[in-house]
Design a protein around this ligand. Sequence first.
Ligand SMILES: Cc1cc2nc3c(=O)[nH]c(=O)nc-3n(C[C@H](O)[C@H](O)[C@H](O)COP(=O)(O)O)c2cc1C
Length: 185
Amino acid sequence: MAAPGGTGPIGPFPEGVTSEDEQVDYDKLRRRVLWTMPYGLYVVGSRAGERRNLMTLNFATQVSFDPKLVGIGVEKTALTHELIAEGGSFVLNTVARDDRAIVRKFTKPVEQGPDGTLNGFAVHDGPTGAPVLDQAVAWIDCAVRNPVDCGGHTFFIGEVVGCGFQLAEDTEVLRMEDTRMSYGG
Ligand SMILES: Cc1cc2nc3c(=O)[nH]c(=O)nc-3n(C[C@H](O)[C@H](O)[C@H](O)COP(=O)(O)O)c2cc1C
């Protein structure tokens, strides 16, 4: 995973922020402001051939009604990036609010068990073939339509080609604020 907020002060800087100290301070302030943005927390399923992965992600949002488009921001160095670029799809899994320990399980490439589990978690293939977490509250399977290059990340915009609930529809889903973790900034 990349260093939170990137490495070293990143421009552009507002007028008057010129010395290195000022730039460092502004960089920290901007990070704190960006960290106040509210986010959901998801497990993203990806697949290329027989290689499957699950990854914790908060950079996700619906971006259009018609067509139904959902975008996710994925680090270019992540295995998930390689699998989505190659496989052309991803599954966004929502997880139950009381299932928050799960996010720590998917911060590096998973181990695929001989029984088809990923880090010991049961999955099944969504319509595009990317993995759906069996214990997800709901899943959204997306076919990539527009990968947008964003520097360190690619924002993969996908069209919703399948979705479903696996737990009661009113199950509360996990959000970033339910954990002590942060990402972005
Ligand atoms: C709370 C949290 C949120 C994260 N959000 C994202 C995200 O939105 N996008 C992303 O590329 N990585 C995110 N990560 C990092 C990935 O989970 C993962 O560490 C890294 O990208 C490697 O994934 P890989 O298994 O695909 O190689 C997050 C990590 C944590 C702990």
